[in-house]
Design a protein around this ligand. Sequence first.
Ligand SMILES: [Zn+2]
Length: 59
Amino acid sequence: MEKHRHCLNCGISIPPDETFCSEKCKDEYIKKRKRIMRAQLIVLFVIFVVLVIFVWLRG
Ligand SMILES: [Zn+2]
């Protein structure tokens, strides 16, 4: 059985001891992750604000 991994960013086959096919791909992946994390934080914040307003309106 052939042992290999896939680049976490673009998905091409890479050696089993690698995580990304290139430094460029690694940077792209980290940037993407940061964007997703920021989006999730914004969503959580909006949910929090809505909950606070809801509780506040109900007294
Ligand atoms: Zn890649």
